[in-house]
Design a protein around this ligand. Sequence first.
Ligand SMILES: *Cc1c(COP(=O)(O)O)cnc(C)c1O
Length: 397
Amino acid sequence: MFFSLSQGTPIVPSGRHFLQIPGPSNVPDRILRAMDHPTIDHRGPAFARLGLAILEGLKTVFATKDPVIIYPSSGTGAWEAALVNTLKPGDKVLMFETGQFAVQWRKLAERLGLVVDFVPGDWRRGVDPAVVASKLSEDKDHAIKSVMVVHNETSTGVVSRIPLIRKAIDAADHPALFMVDTISSIGSLDYRHDAWGVDVTVACSQKGLMLPPGIGFNAVSAKALAVAKTGGMPRNYWDWEEMLKNNSAGFFPYTPATNLLYGLKEAIAMLLEEGLPNVFARHDRHAEATRRAVRGWGLDILCAEPAEYSSVLTAVVMPEGHDADKLRAIILERFDMSLGTGLGKLAGKVFRIGHLGDFNDLMLMGTLSGVEMGLAAAGVPHQAGGAQAAMDFLKAE
Ligand SMILES: *Cc1c(COP(=O)(O)O)cnc(C)c1O
């Protein structure tokens, strides 16, 4: 039941809710139907076939020949798994303040006893490869055990350029592991675990993979596996070795999220049917249309560096003195659309438009129309015509 803020009367929404937060994203009907089956014996032969098919299919999505480990967890669990398998308390790691998710990952690392060199940032830019290069070349005795980067910073709509960061690590000839959070980029943005020399790719289900929340991933290089063999912290639930032993036959050491795995099989099929390059191009196109809308409204895009614009979401800066959460509340009430809130120090200052996952031109136009009508309803100073600018772009492309 929804209640109108203005009249205090209940509103029963009709039509479909617009879930335009940058994850969880809209779950397509095909995936919902795929999960609507009886839960099967996770030690039986039918499950083994499912397990093997998914473990193989995921390699294409992560662009890797390395194993991709699947946990029944949120993204936070997959973050933790990456660290407990490879690092021990007292180890030094290099991290970057790109936004709230980087802050959260750092907090997790510190709680596990890691010593974090946290490079400050202004939340409008990605990781500077030059800083990576200088930090690592200063580290002559190789005290830094891991470089940890958030690929798509979901709190800001900024993408860090992973291939350039890899080059910086190589240029410094530094042996640190390279770990990348692709939680909100996998399945939406071009990402290549092998070609970009990543040791641990962390991901989860509810963003570009179009699934409900509940599964986490670690793609793991041979180098990371070798480190884990003799290193890391005491662990059980997150242990890679135990997982891989069972995965070789399509099984898991404990009960997996069986029905979510039905959905994952369908998600992989959908991504490969459309073709990953087409999926990425679709995201780029919708992001460009969104930015044209934002400029048309006369508002600012939070990301300050065009080469780092996110095709997953756009964070929009509110005019001084106007509260983003009040705007979001009005848009939810009037148009039954959820937009992303400002996280951490951006609370109230930005709202985030998710344009990822199962999404098309008309869903985007509905989204942008809802924002434009909401800006008017909330009395936020803006120019009309942003949605029109997006439509003109979509028409021409
Ligand atoms: C959503 C998100 C997370 C956290 O994932 P949970 O599933 O909420 O634990 C971490 N990093 C990034 C970049 C995210 O977008």
